[in-house]
Design a protein around this ligand. Structure first.
Ligand code: GLN
Length: 562
């Protein structure tokens, strides 16, 4: 196995994840099979318990792993399916070592950070990098490892030490270290400053790791003399100083690397020159340029709880982007805090209330994404009602589907007490109930997580047509609550159709309202499997419906012309 390690220095938030996945893209474009590992030095065992407000979205994998959103970037950029073990955290490593210690596996030895934690990290990396993630057999050629955080952080020390040892044991031809750093400019016509990079490389070297490449983030392209300085003071050949300056969209980053011949230098470092071919980035080039030149946009109202931090819905935003590009449109997302739509907000914050309603009314479609807890739920219900009554295309994801069911129960069935037991344990009409896969009494480990099968109940529905008529779809889940099977009959009397169910037919997976141009709710999260160039069917449907193209698309597809 050949490893490309990506570390970061100077400051966090440099786009290390995008840099690392773009390196993966360029290597893949040269014909290599690429996998990736993200190391998060925090103590949480996984991202499942982390607040989207603080940490951005929790990304969900096929195997149910709840992981850092960077893994989503890797899946989208490299078009792979990762496993929960591709995300290593300090919590996971310590947990595995402590479990072994309790079992007596260390035979009475004193268990220490070095060598026990560092050995566990090395073993983990070696075994996970061998898992095929691209649907083919056998291990990949290259594993890109991204070390989260900034070099010098106390919590990343055991990882740095383990990686140093790994480097030493795998040998120079099998290891390539790329250090991402920042070259700031002070003042308006100031100089490009190399000192922060020098300091961070010195820190890395003090820990026993010498970078083969620098990937310098900067606003403007690096000047030749800045490169020379960096090369001289950081002990890195000038040809290995890569520059990632600001670009109009992130799909340009692999192209930027290719234009600097990064692939050639990396392949040389890894002794892969003879195995790999020239990079084929035609599709990336077209996509990056197409996006830059798009002029028309479509307004999408995103009504959620965590709208203050757009990273909280990163995969939803990406899925909208993929779908919009397929329709030659730029997404224009109206972020609406659900609570601003509520009646109380008309009194307490009238300006925010009227702004939120104006944004909703000006949008071509409405999306209510997933969420937990009752904040903003009434606002989401109002948004769903508005979309239903005004025939505005609506996509409800997970919580968004449950919202539809509550809204329709209250408005059409007249069940004023309709609610989810998540928000009101003693709701008079529990239309959404706790339906865990495991225990009904314990909250821990009760989430329905990861890829689950949905059987389509009819070919005569929008969803089946958008997915091109399969008998089932496999999408990723992350929820505890579901439509109460006891009220399905009543709900269907309102015209609502449950067109997708699980294999037991007890869990309602997809709902549609046939009297509406596009009103779809799904219990799963289709956004996690959307890819550039392969948009998720339902997101595509939403955008097509928002721009009046859905009918034509479905007809032309039926005739086999798409
Ligand atoms: N809170 C809801 C549940 O647990 C919805 C979860 C979600 O939207 N991901 O079922």
């Amino acid at each position: 196995m050949k490893y490309v390690l990506v570390t970061g220095g100077v400051v966090s938030g440099l786009g290390k994840g995008v840099t690392a996945s773009s390196i993966g893209v360029v290597l893949k474009a040269c014909g290599l099979r690429v996998t990736s590992i993200k190391i998060d030095p925090y103590l949480n065992t996984d991202a499942g318990t982390m607040s989207p407000f603080e940490h951005g979205e929790v990304f969900v994998l096929d195997d149910g792993g709840e992981v850092d959103l960077d893994l989503g970037n890797y899946e989208r950029f490299l078009d792979v399916r990762l496993t929960r073990d591709n995300n290593i955290t300090t919590g996971k490593i310590y947990q595995s070592v402590l479990e072994k210690e309790r079992k007596g596996d260390y035979l009475g030895k004193t268990v220490q950070v070095v060598p026990h934690i560092t050995d566990a990290i090395k073993d983990w990396i070696e075994s996970v990098s061998a898992i095929p993630v691209d649907g083919k057999d056998g291990p990949a050629d290259v594993c890109v490892i991204e070390l989260g955080g900034t070099v010098g952080d106390i919590e990343s020390m055991p990882f740095i030490e383990a990686l140093r040892q790994l480097f030493f044991s795998t040998g120079p031809d099998n290891f390539c270290l790329i250090h991402v750093s920042l070259v700031p400019v002070l003042g308006v016509v100031g100089e490009q400053k190399t000192k922060p990079t020098q300091h961070s490389v010195r820190e890395l070297r003090a820990l026993g790791l010498t970078p083969h490449f620098l990937a310098c983030r900067s606003a403007q392209p690096l000047l030749e003399n800045t490169k020379q300085k960096l090369s001289q003071f950081c002990h890195v050949p000038a040809a290995n100083i890569l520059n990632i300056h600001d670009v109009p969209n992130i799909w340009h980053v692999p192209l930027l690397l290719r234009n600097q011949n990064a692939h050639e230098a990396i392949l040389k470092q890894l002794a892969l020159v003879r195995v790999a071919g020239p990079p084929n980035l035609q599709e990336w080039t077209t996509r990056a340029e197409t996006f830059d030149n798009l002029t028309n946009s479509v307004k999408i109202a995103m009504v959620g709880k965590y709208v203050g931090l757009t990273d909280s819905y990163l995969s939803v935003v990406k899925a909208l982007l993929h779908a919009c590009i397929a329709c030659s449109l730029k997404p224009s997302i109206e972020w609406i805090a659900a609570s601003d739509l509520e009646d109380e907000s008309a009194k307490s914050t009238p300006e925010a209330h009227s702004k939120a309603w104006e944004a909703l009314r000006n949008s071509a479609c409405v999306l209510v994404p997933g969420g937990f807890g009752d904040r903003g739920v009434n606002g989401m219900i109002l948004a769903a009602k508005y979309a239903r009554e005004n025939k505005v295309p609506y996509l409800g994801i997970c919580l968004g589907m449950q919202i539809s069911v509550i809204e329709i129960s209250r408005s059409i069935l007249g069940w004023k007490g309709a609610n989810s037991t998540e928000f009101d344990e003693h709701a008079p009409n529990p239309v959404v109930i706790f339906m865990p896969e495991g225990s009904r009494t314990h909250m821990g480990n009760t989430m329905r997580l990861g890829s689950r099968r949905t059987l389509l109940q009819t070919a005569d529905c929008i969803t089946a047509k958008l997915y091109h008529n399969p008998d089932h779809v496999d999408e990723r889940h992350r929820h505890r609550y579901e439509v109460n099977p006891e009220v399905v009959g009543d709900l269907e009397k309102t015209g609502l159709r449950f067109v997708g169910k699980d294999e037991s037919r007890q869990r309602m997976e997809i709902l549609e309202l046939p009297s509406h141009p596009f009103y779809v709710g799904v219990q799963f999260h289709p956004e996690y499997k959307s890819r550039p160039g392969k948009p998720s069917a339902l997101f595509l449907g939403l955008i097509l419906a928002a721009t009046g193209q859905l009918e034509a698309y479905m007809k032309s597809h039926q005739n086999g012309s798409i």
